[in-house]
Design a protein around this ligand. Structure first.
Ligand code: DAH
Length: 339
């Protein structure tokens, strides 16, 4: 029995020494010191020994038990200390590392351009009006004096959601919505997103922004339209910038005019961007057709008005020398960080 005890002590000490973590050392404790452990099994034999041997063997058994207990406690302490210093190492902060600069967001170049455009018109006494992106056929075409199945509607390349509902292809429907709500004088600009079934390329996108303008009052003339847009162009692009008006057709204006401004790349000399013409087309305009005024219940004998619509992307591209409209929508930070 003494031999068994000595052997057990050796085994247990070796098992604790071999334990590599707290779980393993605990497992070894259960194996040797547990209620059904090895030590208990051996000491159970004490009862069968002749009475005269019992005190000596019992004493030895106590010694061995203490020895194993100490080996366990020592190894456990070692492993706990090692684990704690490991955690500490992982927590060390390198105070010499340079700090991380938080990324600061800023306005998208398209929205910045739109807001600048709106600001100029606010300065001229216009207010901002808005309309829905999902429009109905009436506001989109009928109230704007488009005859049914007129080819001008094809140009709009409209996304239809149903026979009645569609994604607006221009901001012009807002003109009708505003006039239905109020009597002249009307002086509004309507910014907003428009949609067309256009094939996406460097200058076209299925989704784009327009800024619409409408002014209705007594005695409004084409000269007021020209003067207003001239002031806008000079505010936006500088005093050397001029506007050119050429006859065009839109169902809701009569007469209608295409609006172009002095090419801001070449100053009007002629270059690649303006196809050697010296002019850049930025939108449409005209005197509000009396049919449109009458359609919303205005007295077309008493009131006249002008309207215009400009492409915001076009202006933003000119302003920043951007040659591909798609850059506005891809969210590429290399592009956006330049503004
Ligand atoms: N809505 C027209 C388009 O998208 C642009 C336009 C032309 C707007 C003439 C107007 C206007 O207000 O009077 O092609």
């Amino acid at each position: 029995m003494e031999e068994k005890l000595e052997q057990l002590a050796q085994e247990a000490v070796a098992a604790f020494a071999a334990a590599q973590n707290e779980a393993q050392v605990e497992q070894a404790r259960i194996e040797y010191l547990g209620r059904h452990g090895q030590l208990r099994k051996v000491t159970q034999g004490l009862a069968d020994l002749p009475a005269e041997h019992r005190p000596a063997v019992g004493k030895l058994a106590n010694q061995i038990a203490r020895q194993i207990q100490e080996a366990f406690a020592q190894r456990q302490a070692e492993l706990q200390a090692a684990a704690a210093s490991g955690e500490q190492a992982a927590e060390i902060i390198d105070v010499t590392l340079p700090g991380r600069t938080p990324r600061v967001g800023k306005q998208h170049p398209l929205l910045a351009t739109l807001e600048e455009m709106i600001d100029i018109f606010l300065g001229l006494g216009f207010t901002v009006a808005e309309g829905p992106e999902v429009e109905n056929y009436y506001y989109s075409f009928e109230a704007l004096n488009y005859p049914e199945l007129h080819p001008a509607m094809d140009e709009q390349m409209t996304f239809y959601l149903s026979a009645e509902a569609l994604l607006r292809s221009q901001t012009s429907p807002v003109q009708i919505r505003v006039m239905e709500q109020q009597q002249p004088p009307v002086r509004i600009v309507a910014p907003g997103r428009c949609f067309r079934r256009d094939t996406v390329d460097a200058t076209h996108c299925h989704t784009f922004y327009q800024l619409e303008g409408l002014l209705v009052d007594e005695g409004v003339t084409f000269a007021d339209l020209k003067g207003t847009l001239e002031v806008f162009a000079r505010e936006m692009f500088g005093p050397q910038c001029h506007m050119r008006f050429r006859p065009d057709f839109f169902p809701f204006t009569e007469p209608s005019a295409e609006v172009a401004l002095t090419c801001i790349i070449c100053g009007g000399e002629g270059c690649r961007v303006c196809s050697q013409t010296g002019w850049l087309e930025i939108g449409g305009s005209g005197m509000v057709d009396p049919n449109v005024l009458a359609g919303v219940g205005y007295d077309a004998e008493k009131y006249t008005g002008f309207a215009f619509g400009m492409g915001v992307e076009r202006l933003a591209m000119l302003r920043h020398g951007i040659d591909d409209i798609r850059l506005f929508y891809t969210g590429d930070m290399r592009f956006l960080e330049q503004f």
